[in-house]
Every structure is written in structure tokens, then in C-alpha cells.
Design a protein around this ligand. Structure first.
Ligand code: ATP
Ligand code: MG
Length: 422
């Protein structure tokens, strides 16, 4: 039998999958147990219970790869599912089971980050196939939640203005809106300038007090909090911003922004951060936590000087991040003191995108309280940004992480076992 045939994985980097299940139905428990046998080397923890039991657990194994949970008995399965997803380690795959056979429920669960949902009773081998598919999807950097994109690869894109008024906020909003539409995925904009940020004003949304609280105590952020504070602007665009009183000081504790971003990434894979210049502590923390950085400067002497200094900061604190250099369009380059070639020579790199000046489009975005890409879709600004948005999307397909290759080796190993047994 498989139990004796399986000693240790053959591949050197293979490891077994750590899996748990909370299921009430005893027949389903048996099916899941036998379906998970080879993947877990017989060590899956199958428990009597449902999503309520799972939610009552205060601690989860850090290396948990897979959780199967019975949604039966829950009065609000989607809210419970979102809360559970938030509580689990980020790399853990979640599969739901239940008596309800409803496409709308399936879609909602996928949107909260579940890999799949199976209606009971389970056919023989159905769970095994579903688990294989979920891991394979993750290996490929895909997943239903991200509409074919790397569901598990969080991206924080920071937009930093080298000087005031160079168009950083406009750029952050336009990029977030274009990314959401292109990826068909919800993108969250965060204005980290708690005192003077203008992002919420630009989108005609309400600033909230909770952002400061969340930065103070990121461990208290849960699915419900994010649902309450992230304001929806359009199908794929959400935003959070504050309006702290001018006199009130705020000193972010170490790693506050990184902890906050990590929590919010459980709900939003893509975050676009509008990074303040006036608060060096938050500025540095957000840059440190970024996977992608867009530095926008004007073509002035102070602009070049500060772009150089910020490029150095990004290089020092976020060497892992993809860096993009952009010239802002608030001034006509023909009237600028510095030429693009001068900027490139000084920063020793090419400019990735030159945003043209387009005052009517910028004005109509402001007047409608909408992203420029929606208010003026034919603007040359949108056209100029398209290659950059495409490049950001392409970098979603970067190779999977190290841990994933161990999982893949083990998947190959168990698949070969299954073939041998046939
Ligand atoms: N490409 C552009 N062409 C014309 N006007 C623009 C362009 N980009 C932004 N603007 C306008 O310039 C002004 C400043 O833009 P924005 O608020 O985006 O800059 P910022 O760098 O974020 O400023 P702050 O330093 O205040 O945060 C706004 O009125 C905006 O509508
Ligand atoms: Mg701004």
C-alpha cells in the first residue's frame, strides 16, 4: 500500500505538504484524508469542525501549506472566509467545501483569496485533483483570484515626487487605475502623507482617521477593518487616505509601514503608495517595503539634485525593487532649465517615461474627481504611461519563489507515485 511504499521524497529539495482540514461530514473527512495521503505523507491533520472552529484557533502553524475548511453552518460564509484568509500565513492555500452549490458563492470565495470550493458530497479523487491544480496554479504564478496573475506575489509600487507639485499624486492615481483595468484586478491606493495628502481629494473620497491608528497598531488590522476603510472608487480601484490635523505630530514606530502593507496585502495584491516627501521616516519605511519604485522629477536643478538623492536612497534601502525614472509633465520641457539628457547623465540611467504636459486632461480629472485615465482616456499622458503599465504587468510573471520549487519537486514526486500505483 502507499503508506509503506512512501518512505521519504526522492527529490532532494522535496518536502511534504503541511495540511489541515476542518470538516463536519465524516464521509468527506475520509475522502479528504485518503486524497491527501501522498501529498502529506499521511500526516494531514483532519479535524471534526467547520469554519467556526478554524476561526476560533488563535495560532496557526507557520509552515501550513493547505487548509480545507467546511463552510457549512456559517451565516455569512464570505465574511468568515475573508476573516480566515486574513488569519492564515500568507502562503497557505485555502479550499472550501460545503453543501451550497452556488456560482455566486464560489466567485465571492475566490475573490477573498480561496483557491477553490467544492460542493459536497465529494467524488473520489476530487480533492486530490483540486489540490494539485491549486498548487500548480500557484507554481505558475497564477490563480483564479488574480485572474491568471500571480495571486501570491504582493506588489507595492511607490510613487515618489523628487520635488513638490511635479505630478506624483496624479501619476500614482493614473497608474493604479490603468493597472487595475489592465489586470482586471482590484488595486489599492494609499496616501502615506497623513497630514497634507491630496489623493483622497483628487478622487473625491473621504479621508479617514483610522490610517494613523492602523500604522500605530498594524497587528489589529483584519479583513473587516480593511473592508471598512478602503473606499471604492471604481470596479478595480480602492483608496485609503487621512487628514490628520496640521499641528499633530506623528512618529511612525520602526517597520510600521512594512507591517501595515503586509496586512493590507492579504486583501489587495497590488498596492500603489503615494509617498510623502515631508516625513522622512514614513518615506524611508514605504520605500523599504516596495517591490517597485517610480521616481518622478521635473527638469529643474533642484529636481535633478533631489532625484539623485532619492535614487540613492531607493538603491540603499530597497535594492530588491524595480526602479523607474519618470519626468513629470507639469512643466513644458522646452521651457525647462535642464534637458532630459542632462538628467540621464547625472542619474546614470535612462528616463523610462516622459509624461507630457496636458493641462485640459489634468483639469478634467480634478473636476470630475476621477482618475485621469477615466476622465480623459485619450490623453497623451495615458498613452505615454501604457508601456510602463505593460512592463509592470510583465514583471508579474517573474520566476516563482524558492519555496515553490520544493513544492513543485514534491508534486512531481507524488504524481510519479500515483502513476506507478495505477
Ligand atoms: N501631466 C500633467 N500635465 C498638466 N498638469 C498636470 C500634470 N500632472 C499633474 N498636473 C497638475 O499639477 C498639479 C500638481 O499635481 P499633483 O498633485 O499630482 O502633484 P504632486 O507632485 O503630487 O504635488 P504635491 O507635492 O503637492 O504632493 C495638479 O493641479 C495637477 O492637476
Ligand atoms: Mg502629491
Amino acid at each position: 500500500m502507499a503508506a509503506t511504499a512512501v518512505a521519504q521524497p526522492a527529490a532532494e529539495d522535496a518536502r511534504s505538504i503541511t495540511a489541515m482540514a476542518f470538516v463536519t461530514d465524516t464521509v468527506a473527512q475520509g475522502r479528504i484524508s485518503s486524497d491527501l495521503f501522498s501529498l502529506t505523507l499521511g500526516k494531514a491533520s483532519i479535524r471534526e469542525g467547520s469554519i467556526d472552529t478554524a476561526l476560533a484557533l488563535s495560532e496557526w502553524p507557520r509552515d501550513l501549506d493547505l487548509l480545507i475548511v467546511d463552510l457549512g453552518g456559517s451565516s455569512d460564509p464570505v465574511a468568515d472566509a475573508a476573516a480566515l484568509k486574513t488569519a492564515l500565513p500568507g502562503s497557505c492555500l485555502l479550499i472550501g467545501v460545503g453543501r451550497i452549490n452556488d456560482v455566486a458563492l464560489y466567485r465571492d470565495l475566490i475573490a477573498t483569496g480561496f483557491s477553490d470550493y467544492l460542493a459536497l458530497p465529494l467524488a473520489e479523487g476530487a480533492m486530490s485533483r483540486t489540490v494539485d491544480r491549486a498548487f500548480e496554479q500557484r507554481e505558475r504564478g497564477g490563480g483564479p483570484a488574480a485572474n491568471g496573475k500571480a495571486a501570491n506575489k504582493p506588489r507595492t509600487l511607490s510613487v515618489i515626487g523628487a520635488r513638490g507639485g511635479v505630478g506624483a499624486t496624479t501619476l500614482a492615481v493614473t497608474l493604479a487605475s490603468m493597472l487595475g483595468t489592465r489586470l482586471q484586478e482590484e488595486v489599492l491606493l494609499i496616501d502615506f502623507d497623513l497630514h497634507y495628502g491630496s489623493l483622497m481629494l483628487a478622487l473625491d473620497l473621504e479621508a479617514i482617521d483610522a490610517l494613523r491608528e492602523a500604522l500605530d497598531q498594524p497587528d489589529r488590522i483584519d479583513a473587516l477593518f480593511i473592508q471598512q476603510v478602503a473606499q471604492k472608487k471604481s470596479d478595480f480601484l480602492y483608496a485609503i487616505g487621512a487628514e490628520e490635523p496640521p499641528g499633530g505630530g506623528f512618529q511612525a514606530r520602526p517597520h510600521a509601514a512594512a507591517d501595515f502593507l503586509r496586512s493590507v496585502h492579504r486583501r489587495f495584491r497590488w498596492i500603489v503608495a503615494d509617498v510623502p516627501r515631508g516625513d522622512p521616516v514614513i518615506q524611508r519605511q514605504v520605500i523599504e517595503a516596495s517591490t517597485d519604485i517610480v521616481l518622478v522629477t521635473d527638469l529643474s536643478l533642484p529636481g535633478v539634485r533631489d532625484a539623485m538623492r532619492l535614487q540613492q536612497l531607493a538603491h540603499d534601502v530597497a535594492p530588491q525593487a524595480q526602479f523607474h525614472l519618470v519626468t513629470g509633465g507639469t512643466l513644458d520641457p522646452r521651457r525647462s532649465a535642464v534637458k532630459v539628457a542632462d538628467l540621464e547623465r547625472t542619474l546614470k540611467r535612462k528616463v523610462d517615461c516622459q509624461i507630457p504636459a496636458d493641462v485640459p486632461s489634468a483639469l478634467s480629472a480634478v473636476n470630475f474627481g476621477k482618475p485621469l485615465a477615466e476622465a480623459a482616456p485619450n490623453s497623451p499622458i495615458v498613452k505615454a504611461l501604457r508601456p510602463m503599465v505593460a512592463a509592470l504587468e510583465r514583471s508579474d510573471d517573474a520566476p516563482a519563489e524558492k519555496g515553490a520549487s520544493a513544492t513543485r519537486a514534491f508534486m512531481r514526486f507524488t504524481q510519479s507515485l500515483k502513476l506507478k500505483r495505477k
